[in-house]
Design a protein around this ligand. Structure first.
Ligand code: HEM
Length: 399
């Protein structure tokens, strides 16, 4: 008897995909490198070479309708909340250059001691308890507090700003779009940032909001709305993604103890732990583009105006670039990972995300001898593009 295998089926809304998308990605790379989903109206590219080429091809692919399939995040207004991530050149070039005047590598490097202080503020009480939720007590708090520190939110307001930011990105299981509570929180957050911009306009401080007000190229400056949209973009792009990176490192280190033990034995291995986690199970699984011209790829015609998903999570598992790609291996070459995108939209916060992860995980490995996770209590986030954990109950033994 012969069995006829079904053609590969992929939907980013499917729970099986949230549990483990990688076997489906492998089939897409092999059988349908230009995958078509008629119902949800998108194409998907899954091979490393194609994903990277699309990131770099700004003439062929547009960001101007946003980078997410979520109905309320898709469309010509996307830039109002996602700033220059949802703009094409020349508007993208102008805004990214202006923001780059304020959000400089040296500004990020200066954050090191502040990040350590924030990490310890959350870690010490958690470690004191011995058993805690790694996400709720630590990984879910650090990134947003770091963004608040960077942009100038005073300490007293940070917990509330974190609550609002979490509400903006939170999705109940089965809800496919931004819920009303998320919209309300977004409006409150924008109002808070507007007030902060007004205050800094009157009197500058040593923070990113003040630096953005002063950023200037040939007399051109950012408007208040542009500054606020960028502050909001950092919440959307830099908060949950970094939380999930911290969580995924902890989780996979536990699932593969032969690899997870390495940074605990040698603290220099924290950096490879982060890089291999970014490759193996990245928090931002896909980015959307819309084609600006008709294309042909692997024998498939893609009309102009089509929605195309770039499956970063799949590209990172492409065997032609990463041998034995399904193995979590801290000793491998990860230099070609595409977790931060590529080309002109390459993640502006990548150095900050890496710094936060390095500091957070380093502070853990210097204090913790061993850890265990309660598998019963693990909860996965059900989101169409963010991959990671909502709960990760952990017990540690101290050094
Ligand atoms: C592990 C953490 C992170 C991951 C996986 C990640 C991933 C990405 C990716 C894939 C893109 C490109 C999107 C596209 O081409 O459509 C991007 C863009 C961006 N990211 Fe990140 N990101 C992370 C952390 C951060 C942080 C901490 C910040 C800042 C606080 C940040 C700020 C940005 C900004 C501003 C852009 C837009 C760049 C542009 O359009 O020119 N990201 N990020």
């Amino acid at each position: 008897m012969t069995t006829i295998s079904q053609p590969v089926a992929y939907s980013p809304y499917a729970y099986e995909i949230h549990e483990d998308p990688y076997p489906v990605y492998a089939r897409m790379r092999a059988e349908a490198p230009v995958y078509r989903n008629d119902e949800l109206d998108f194409y998907a590219l899954s091979r490393h070479e194609d994903v990277l080429a699309a990131f770099r091809n700004l003439d062929g692919f547009s960001n101007a309708q946003g980078v997410s399939l979520e109905p309320s995040a898709f469309g010509p207004d996307a830039h109002k909340f996602m700033s220059f991530l949802a703009l094409d050149p020349p508007r993208h070039t102008r805004m990214r250059s202006l923001v780059g005047k304020g959000f400089t590598p040296s500004k990020v490097a200066q954050m090191e001691e502040h990040i350590r202080a924030i990490a310890l503020e959350h870690l010490e009480p958690a470690l004191e308890q011995g058993t805690f939720d790694y996400i709720a007590d630590f990984a879910g708090k650090l990134p947003m507090d770091v963004i608040s520190e960077l942009v100038g939110v005073p300490r007293a307001d940070r917990a509330e700003i974190r609550r609002l930011a979490d509400t903006v990105v939170h999705r109940e299981d089965g809800v496919l779009d931004v819920p009303p509570a998320g919209m309300e929180a977004a409006v409150t957050l924008v109002g808070y940032y507007q007030q902060m911009v007004d205050d800094r306009r009157k009197s500058r401080r040593d923070d990113l909001t003040s630096a953005l007000l002063d950023a200037e190229i040939d007399g051109d400056k950012l408007s208040d709305d542009e500054i606020i949209a960028f502050l909001f973009l950092m919440v959307v792009a830099g908060n949950e993604t970094t939380t999930k990176l911290l969580g995924n490192a902890w989780y996979w280190g536990w699932r593969y103890p032969d690899q997870g033990a390495k940074p605990f034995a040698d603290h220099d291995r924290v950096a490879p732990w982060i890089e291999e986690t970014l490759r193996y199970d990245t928090s931002s699984q896909m980015l959307l583009r819309v084609t600006r011209v008709p294309m042909q790829l692997h024998g498939v015609e893609i009309p102009e105006g089509s929605r195309v998903l770039l499956l970063v999570g799949s590209a990172n598992r492409d065997e032609s670039v990463f041998p034995d790609a399904d193995r979590y291996d801290l000793d491998r070459d990860t230099s070609r990972l595409v977790s931060f995108g590529g080309g002109r939209h390459f993640c502006m916060g990548a150095p900050l995300a890496r710094l936060e992860a390095r500091i957070g995980l380093s502070e853990l490995v210097t204090r913790v001898a061993t850890y265990d996770v309660d598998p019963e209590g693990i909860e996965r986030v059900h989101s169409i593009n963010v991959r990671g954990l909502a709960a990760l109950p952990t017990t540690v033994t101290r050094r």
